[in-house]
Design a protein around this ligand. Structure first.
Ligand code: ADE
Ligand code: ZN
Length: 342
């Protein structure tokens, strides 16, 4: 069992956190009010995020979209990026994050949004030391043509910080296979690839690997219901970015009882599991709390929790020298921090 304090101190590498899902409640209320976006019920900061009230993923995403619609200038993006990387990042000993950015709900042109995000990344690094990069997330509920146009813009306005693309929103409303040409374009341009696969079935994981050529899977809990696909993912050491609290609250993983049993099955099967917080304030969590929740539900010790971070280092899209630097830093923390944190 680990304490909350230890969960906070364990170094973290964050591969599954959404920018629009990590806006502090007070900021969400301020930006929506200032930019004329009405959230139904006119909630205050104490009630704008009511994870217990989201009937389903769609209801959660409607709030997520309103926050995106409220981003009207470069500084709005700088501010939310900074707050995500500090309040829901460095404050929880997140050393490095690849943050999902959903440009589609905002009225701002992509290059302006990108400039603001880069400002936030720079300021957060200056103030806290956190390193971060960007994954451009495609809304699978919109058309493939729109996704292609987004990736074309990403390529046209290419910066080193944008490492790859992702695919999110409701799986049942946007199956992955039609996005293969979009992913092919990204691959040709040297962008890395991941995609959400939270509600299943396991065959979708093979679509992501074989048709979208993903090198990671976001969530992917249903993999353990198919022995062959599980074995394949073990052999290929496919990384899975799991988000215990949001998936449990959302009941997308098919449990919703706080047991996180799917994550246990994945770890026991030998899959390469990473832990993150998805949309932390929207689901009443933060990176430390997700480590704490899964660690306590499954009885993991500090060494296992550090393994989740080591898995995320292996799975991240930095180049090998940057990964080696993170590995050395984690090894040094383990040498000096482990005793203290037992
Ligand atoms: N976008 C942001 N969070 C998401 C989630 N948990 N599932 C699908 N799309 C998302
Ligand atoms: Zn997600």
């Amino acid at each position: 069992m680990i304490s909350r304090d230890v969960a906070q101190r364990i170094p973290k590498v964050s591969l599954h956190c959404h920018l629009l899902g990590s806006v502090p409640a007070a900021t969400a209320v301020e930006l929506t009010a200032r930019n004329g976006v009405r959230i139904p019920g006119n909630p205050g900061a104490d009630s704008v995020y009511d994870s217990a009230a989201y009937e389903d993923l769609g209801e959660f995403l409607s709030v997520y979209d309103l926050i995106g619609a409220a981003l009207h200038d470069r500084d709005d993006y700088r501010r939310i990026t900074y707050e995500s990387l500090t309040t829901f990042g460095a404050d929880h000993n997140v050393w490095y994050r690849e943050i999902f950015v959903s440009p589609q709900p905002s009225p701002l042109p992509y290059p302006t949004a990108l400039a603001g995000i880069l400002d936030g990344i720079r300021d957060a690094r200056t103030d806290t030391g956190i390193e971060s990069r960007i994954i451009i997330a495609i809304n699978r509920q919109h058309t493939v043509a729109e996704a292609l146009s987004l990736v074309e813009q990403v390529i046209e306005h290419r910066v080193d910080e944008v490492l790859g693309i992702g695919l999110d929103y409701e799986e049942v409303l946007g199956p992955p296979a039609p996005f293969a040409p979009v992913y092919a374009l990204a691959q040709k341009a040297g962008l890395s690839r991941t995609a959400h696969s939270e509600s299943g079935p396991p065959a979708q994981i093979e679509v992501l690997l074989d048709e979208l050529h993903c090198t990671r899977i976001d969530h992917g809990y249903h993999v353990v219901t198919d022995e062959r696909v599980t074995q394949r993912c073990v052999e290929e050491q496919v990384p899975f970015t799991c988000t215990p609290v949001s998936s449990d609250i959302g009941r997308y993983s098919g449990s919703g009882d706080g047991s996180h049993r799917r994550i246990r099955q994945m770890v026991d099967a030998g899959l390469r599991v990473c832990i993150d917080s998805d949309d932390p304030p929207m689901f009443g969590t933060d990176p430390s709390n997700d480590y704490y929740a899964v660690g306590n539900a499954l009885g993991y010790d500090v060494a296992q929790m550090v393994t989740f971070t080591a898995n995320a280092i292996d799975a991240c899209w930095l180049d090998s020298s940057d990964k080696d630097a993170l590995r050395a830093r984690l090894a040094s923390w383990t040498d000096h921090g482990m005793e203290m944190n037992r």
